[in-house]
Every structure is written in structure tokens, then in C-alpha cells.
Design a protein around this ligand. Sequence first.
Ligand code: COA
Length: 429
Amino acid sequence: MSKETLTITDNRTGKIYEVPIKDGTIKAMDLRQITTGEDDFGLMSYDPAFTNTASCKSSITFIDGDKGILRYRGYPIEQLAEKSTYLETAYLVLNGELPTKAQLDSWTHTITNHTMIPENIKKSIDGFRYDAHPMGMLLSVAGALSTFYPDAKNINDSKVRRQEIDRLIAKMPTLAAFCYRHTMGLPFAYPNNDLSYTGNFLNMLFKMTESKYKPNPVLERALDVLFILHADHEQNCSTNAMRSVGSSQVDPYSAIAGAISALYGPLHGGANEAVLIMLSEIGSKENIPDFIAKVKGGSGRLMGFGHRVYKNYDPRARIIKETADQVFEVTGRNPLLDIALELERIALEDEYFIKRKLYPNVDFYSGLIYQAMGFPVGMFPVLFAIPRTIGWLAQWEEMMQDSEQKIARPRQIYLGYDTRDYVAMEARS
Ligand code: COA
């Protein structure tokens, strides 16, 4: 009969150890007993970038990268994108179950009631330079909200946590839209609580002199679908930042500022901008073979292709591609789309990409949609941060209820000097 254990032989000492395997994992702390003697600290595992280390147990998001599967709380992303709304999906991600009609109405009412932001936050947005990056502004003002809600530091009170989660989900689109209006030199447009979550966001972004802004239903739905696709993605860089910063027991606004900072990086939230730059540089379909040859020769990458986890077609990319067609019927076709489609066709038939399991990821088509909808590229990572806020908060809430979690504090392998004496300035060479 098979045993759920791992037997380790330490060839330095000849000792044999048996450690339990649970959920396909051994506990790193079980390695600590493996020592060469009393002075030995014990064996550690070395895993820069956490490529093979689970930092938590989670019941929120499931990804099978080889099969191209993404599920929130067990529900396939394809079904949610087709049948759900962003707010319903956000409820599911946070609470674990789809809401009843009454629960959804109540959740929608709560979120709608918290959309206003403090006027002093509005003033601080005004204080940024005219050309400030909206993501830099967003992370600052999201963090600054902690100074308006000092009770938020009572993170061990579950009621307080829920209140701050409601506030953050509701206020994020308002913060984002106000940052956008500032960069455009436009007056702020206040929330209209009669509209849907994404309809109101479009209102705060694009309302001009009309007394009531009417969002285009196709664009409103397209944005809702994009928001569903970005709601959570298990332990990605920004979620790990949220958990890590939050593990110090700081308030959620400060932890969210850390998560937004992580998302700001070009390897995380900035890849769709890189795709647009790449497509513009390629310029026309005839130049694609030359471009592919350069990538294969090691000069540059095919942006929007490849993923640390997905070794198959990113299921989000497939849905986004369909959404793009609907958006372009309203906005007119983005001329870069033809280059993208041909690039994808050629790459998917090419041995280099097949061998390395490189497929389009979520960023390959999303930038084309956002550009066609009129968003400047600086807003692309902001459009990621708004829906990902529920993922960050659900993961934070899960961490807060997990008795195995403590302040995150990795070990290191120290390779520096052994102790040495201070050298006076005149004796230094
Ligand atoms: N274009 C060309 N080659 C690529 C590639 C791409 N987009 N992505 C990976 N590769 C190649 C690497 O050169 C490497 O080849 P080698 O084995 O001959 O050295 C191999 O595929 C494995 O790549 P690696 O960098 O180890 O994969 P990773 O898991 O560390 O990287 C990404 C994942 C996402 C960072 C990477 O695929 C990438 O840079 N993609 C483009 C940026 C992007 O779209 N990011 C958004 C992610 S949602």
C-alpha cells in the first residue's frame, strides 16, 4: 500500500528522514530537522521567485496551466464571463457562493452607497502634476484613504474588515476615474448611483455636458466581462504583495497600495501596453515574418505571448478575443487587430512557440480593446487594478481567517563576509 510520505536520505550524514506529504506538498519546516550536527541551523529550501513554493492554502481560484483552466470558487471563467456580472462575480469571489437575488440586491445597494470619495482626496488628486501617471496617483490615493478611515486598522474585527472591503470595491472606480480626469484636464464627474458598476465608471470617465450620461450597453457589458476576467488569479505578484504587506496587520488601504504598486510593474500589469507598442512597431502584416525571425533569434519577445502558469491557450485570451469583435462593431475596428490576428496565426504554427508552449495570454488583445474604447495607455493597468481589488481583498480576508498564517518573513542564504573589524577612514584603500 502506498504511503503519503517522503523518505529523504541525507548523504552528508547517512541519516534517513520520513516527512508527511499532504495535498501534494511537504512542509518546508519538516526539512529543518535535517542537520549535520548541533551547530547546523537545519536544511532550508531555496526558491527565488517562489516558482515551486505554496505560500498559503486557498479556496478561491483554481488554475490548471497545462489544460488552460481558470475557475473562481469552482465556476469556470467561461460561464461567469457569459452569464454573470462583475458585481455578482465579486460577491462570489469574496463569499464563496453565488448570491441569491436578495443578497445580490443588498450587495449592489451597499457598493452603490459607498461610491463617493472624501473631498480632500479629490483635492489631493488635484495636487498631482498634470502629466502624472494615473497608476502612481491611484496607489497614492488608495493608501491615503487609510487616513480617512482610521478604524480600518482594527483588522481583527470581521465587521470592520467587511466595511472596508465594501468601501474599497465601491471607491476604486471613483478614484481611478478622478485620476483619469485629472490627467485629461477635465472637471471631475461624480458617481451616478443609478448606473451599473461599469456603467457608472464609464460615466465618471467620459461624461461631458450632458445632464445624464448614458453608457453604450455594448461597451458597458464588454468592460464588465473584462472586469470578470481580471477579478482574481491566485498567487500572482500583486496578490502576493497584498498578502505579504497585509500579514504585518496593517490596514487594508495600505496593503492595497502595496498591491497596486506591484501591479504597476511592466511584467505584471503593463504587458498590454507593450503589446500595442510591438504591434505599432511591426506596422503591417508583411513585416510579421521578419519580426518573428528576430524574436526566434533572441532579439526581443513576442509580447502578450507566454505565461508563467499557462502552458496552453490562456482561457481569458479566448474570451477577450470574442469581446473585441463586439467592441469593434461599436468603436470601429482597431487597425492593429489585423496584425495581431496574423501574428497569432503565424506564431501558433511555428515550431519555436509550439515547443515552448507559448500561447496568447490575457494581455494580447485587451490593450486593443481599451485603445478602441478611448483609453490612453496609462489607464491600462488602472483598468486591471479596479477589478483585481476584489481578488486582493478576498485573499486578504482568507489570510486573516487562516490560523496558520503569520507575518510573512522569508529566510535567506547569507553569502557575505564573516565578522570583520571596523576600518578607520585613513586606513581604507
Ligand atoms: N516571446 C518569445 N519567447 C518567449 C516568450 C515570448 N513572449 N516568453 C517566453 N519565451 C521563451 C524564453 O525565451 C524561453 O526560451 P528558452 O527556453 O529558449 O530560453 C522559454 O520561452 C521560457 O521562458 P521563461 O522566460 O523561462 O518563462 P517565464 O515563465 O519566466 O516567463 C513571461 C513568463 C510571461 C514573463 C514570458 O512568457 C514573457 O516575457 N512574455 C511576454 C510578456 C507578457 O506577455 N507578459 C504578460 C503575462 S500575463
